[in-house]
Design a protein around this ligand. Structure first.
Ligand code: MN
Length: 423
């Protein structure tokens, strides 16, 4: 077992009940405050542990990281040291924050320097993303979209059950939680018998996804097997892959997603390590027909992560519009990575691989407004009396995710972003 996952460890740092960030989580992120310039930290409860200062004070001496890994505006340098180093770092911090260990706990002067209230910090984009890939791995989502846009009797294209379908997205517009976006403009074709028009999109949607961040992969030409995949996965974030459905409908045939998808994708701030998720491993849905050999795998490759989406209109209260789960995904991350590299395509540290919209089997578990309001035919009621077919100006979309077993709950915090009117 991974040492830091021990459910019996209790921290001397007070962690509120039902916090996403008990000592068994310890996700990494990047932050700054009015006094401290940008640096790397680990989240515990309502605090951020300042890893740069912790290193300066000598608490991280026997690890393979120099100060530069923590004195940085991203986690990329830290990720260069790979999986086992990241595991040692998490184990060491777990030791330092364990109430059985007095090493840091009893040095009040040091404690005051390294523990920063999260509410007093600005949490920033945690990684410099190299390449961003988005999969399309939820069978329910692909079936729903195929039913609406093509043919209910042949909702899944013939390749879907054989290939973890994906496309290359754009990393420049991946933004951190809290950053508002403007409604994009573009070409749409609202009337079948008339030409396209230009203007603000009228069908802005969220896509409930999770995304994983990679360590450096293998050289160009080599492949990563499903058995090796987890060695190359650093951790996961919540991922809102903003989409403009009317732009998408007009532009995506025959080439696939472009301007309907690349105006913004929002990620949560704290990268939860794949290590921390191990206690929540579950089977993926059974796959039939049998997949090709390079996509076969052993063991638990999916995770029981409860997911939720809320919409909060301007100056109003939130409405939960979706409850889903990461475990519904048909294709798992190991298969996605194996497929991504099977042609020799190389993965680099800091790449971001999105799951695709995660929809569950029931209508309240659909991961997009397109599905929840079924192409606008079933508007979703809001607690303030209004209704939504898609996202309106002033709405904030918030996604949350957490895992819980009989002992410990860990979570991802949230990714929240507000939609502003077109520029
Ligand atoms: Mn997507």
């Amino acid at each position: 077992m991974i040492k830091a996952n021990n459910p019996n460890i209790v921290s001397w740092v007070a962690v509120p009940e039902d916090s996403d960030f008990p000592i068994q989580n310890l996700p990494l992120g990047v932050f700054k405050t009015d006094q401290l310039e940008t640096r790397v930290g680990m989240r515990i409860g309502d605090y951020i542990l300042d890893l740069k200062t912790l290193h300066v004070l000598g608490y991280l001496d026997n690890l393979p990281y120099n100060i530069a890994a923590f004195d940085s505006h991203s986690l990329n340098l830290l990720m260069k040291k790979g999986k086992l180093s990241a595991r040692r770092l998490r184990d060491r911090v777990s030791d330092l924050l364990n109430k059985e260990n007095t090493e840091l706990q009893n040095n009040q002067h040091h404690v005051e320097q390294v523990l920063i209230l999260e509410s007093s910090a600005q949490v920033l984009m945690p990684i410099e993303i190299g390449d961003y890939t988005d999969f399309y791995s939820s069978k329910e989502h692909a079936t729903n979209v195929g039913t609406m846009f093509r043919d209910p009797n042949n909702a899944l294209l013939p390749n879907w059950l054989y290939i973890p379908v994906g496309y290359h997205g754009r990393s420049s517009s991946v933004i951190p939680s809290g950053q508002a976006i403007h409604r994009p403009k573009g070409q749409t074709k609202p009337n079948e018998d008339q030409g396209p028009v230009f203007g603000p999109s009228k069908m802005i949607d969220f896509e409930l996804e999770m995304a994983f961040v990679t360590f450096d992969g293998k050289p160009l030409g080599d492949t990563i097997s499903t058995a090796e995949a987890e060695d190359y996965i650093f951790g996961l974030v919540l991922f809102n892959d903003w989409s403009a459905r009317d732009i998408q409908k007009w532009e995506y045939v025959p080439l696939g997603p472009f301007l309907a998808k690349n105006f913004a994708s929002s990620i949560s701030s704290w990268i939860v390590s794949l290590d921390a998720l191990q206690p929540y491993g579950v089977d993926t849905p059974s796959q039939s027909p049998e997949v090709l050999d390079y996509l076969k795998f052993d063991g638990h490759k999916s995770y029981d992560i409860n997911l939720q989406v809320a919409i909060t209109p301007d100056a109003s209260q939130e409405t939960i519009v979706c409850n889903s789960n990461f475990k519904y995904m048909y294709w798992n991350m190991a298969q996605q990575l194996a497929h991504h590299t099977i042609n020799g395509c190389n993965i680099r540290g800091g790449d971001l691989l999105g799951s695709g919209t995660i929809s569950g089997p029931t209508p309240d578990s659909y991961g997009s407004m397109l599905e929840l309001a079924w192409k606008g035919t079933k508007p979703v009621p809001m607690t303030d009396g209004t209704e939504r077919k898609f996202i309106q100006d002033g709405d904030t979309v918030t996604m949350r995710g957490f895992c819980k077993n009989d002992k410990i709950r860990i979570g991802f915090g949230e990714v929240a972003s507000k939609l502003l009117p077109s520029k």
